[in-house]
Design a protein around this ligand. Structure first.
Ligand code: NAP
Length: 269
C-alpha cells in the first residue's frame, strides 16, 4: 500500500467497525496513515484485528482494538465509552461491519435473516446513534475539522441492485441506503456529515468463494466494465477523502465505487 500523501485527519479520532479484515482493515489503515487515532473494532478475528493495529502503528499512528458485536446495544455503548475514555474525542465513524448468510428464499432460516439484519442494519443504527450523541455534545472541533462529525456507511451496489439468493443481505443494504439519507437530513443542520460508499466486487473474505476460482473470477469480471476486481484500498481511499475537509460540502451522498458495475441494468446470481 502506498503511503498517504498528506495527513488530512491529523488528531482526529475514528471508529471503524469490522476492521479485522477486508475493507474495514483497509479503511482503518488508511485513516491511520492520514493521522487519525483509530479504534479497530471486530467480532471474532483476534489476529486480524491485531494485524490492523500493527500496520497503523508501523505507519506512526495510534490504534486501539475493541472486540464488540455491533448488533448488541450494550457492547456498542461500551465500545464508544472506551473509545472516549482512551482518546477523549470522536470525529469519524465508519459503519463497515457486515456479513452474508446466503440462501434461496424458500430455504432461508429466520436465524440467517436475523443475523444479517442485526449486523448490517441494526449495527450501523446503534453505532450511528452512539456517535451522534458524542458529536452533538462535543460540537465542532475547529482545530481538526470543519464538521462536527462524519459518519460513513459501507453499503453495497445491492442497495439498488436486487440480488437473487441474498434477500437478507440486499434488504439490509437497501435499508442502509435510506438510513444514511434520513440521518444525513437530520444531522446536517448540526454540522454532521453523513454519507455512504457502495462498493462493487472487492476481493475480501466475504466473497472469497466467488473470486478464488478462475470461473468465479471470470464471472465477476464480466460484470465489471473497468475490467478488474476491486481491492480494499480502492474503498479506503474514498473513505479517507469523505472523512476529510476536502469533502466538506458532501452530505447525504452515495458514492458507487464499483468499477462501473452499476452501469449494467441488472444481473442475477
Ligand atoms: P470481511 O472481510 O468478511 O470483513 C467483515 C468484517 O466485519 C470483519 O472484520 C468482521 O469481524 C466484521 N464483523 C462481522 N460481524 C460483526 C459484528 N457482529 N460486529 C462487529 N464486527 C463484525 O468482508 P468485507 O468484504 O470487508 O465487508 C465489509 C463491508 O463491505 C460489509 O458491510 C460488506 O457488506 C461490504 N461490501 C463488501 C463487498 C465486497 O465485494 N467485498 C461489496 C459490497 C459491500 P470478524 O472477522 O472479527 O468477525
Amino acid at each position: 500500500m502506498e503511503a498517504a500523501n498528506a495527513k488530512r485527519l491529523q488528531n482526529q479520532v475514528a471508529i471503524v467497525t469490522g476492521a479485522s479484515s477486508g475493507i474495514g482493515q483497509g479503511i482503518a489503515i488508511r485513516l491511520g496513515q492520514h493521522g487519525a487515532n483509530v479504534v479497530v473494532n471486530y467480532h471474532s478475528d483476534d489476529e486480524g484485528a491485531q494485524a490492523t493495529k500493527d500496520q497503523i502503528e508501523a505507519a506512526g499512528g495510534k490504534a486501539l482494538v475493541i472486540k464488540a458485536d455491533v448488533s448488541k446495544e450494550e457492547e456498542v455503548e461500551a465500545m464508544f465509552q472506551t473509545a472516549l475514555d482512551t482518546f477523549g474525542t470522536l470525529d469519524i465513524l465508519v459503519n463497515n461491519a457486515g456479513i452474508q448468510k446466503d440462501a434461496a428464499l424458500v430455504d432461508m432460516t429466520l436465524d440467517q435473516w436475523n443475523k444479517v439484519i442485526g449486523t448490517n442494519l441494526t449495527g450501523p443504527f446503534l453505532c450511528a446513534r452512539a456517535a451522534s450523541k458524542i458529536f452533538l455534545k462535543q460540537g465542532i472541533r475547529k482545530e481538526v475539522s470543519r464538521a462536527a462529525g462524519k459518519i460513513i456507511f459501507i453499503s453495497s451496489v445491492h442497495d439498488i441492485i436486487p440480488w437473487a439468493g441474498h434477500v437478507n443481505y440486499a434488504t439490509s443494504k437497501g435499508g442502509v441506503a435510506m438510513m444514511m439519507k434520513t440521518m444525513a437530513q437530520e444531522l446536517a443542520p448540526q454540522g454532521i456529515r453523513v454519507n455512504s460508499i457502495s462498493p462493487g466486487a472487492i476481493k475480501t473474505d466475504i466473497n472469497k468463494e466467488d473470486w478464488s476460482s478462475r470461473e468465479g473470477e471470470e464471472k465477476m469480471l464480466s460484470q465489471i466494465p473497468y475490467g478488474r476486481i476491486g481491492e480494499p484500498d480502492d474503498i479506503a481511499r474514498v473513505a479517507a477523502w469523505l472523512a476529510s475537509d476536502e469533502a466538506d460540502y458532501v452530505a447525504g451522498a452515495t458514492i458507487y465505487v464499483d468499477g462501473g458495475m452499476t452501469l449494467f441494468p441488472s444481473f442475477a446470481e
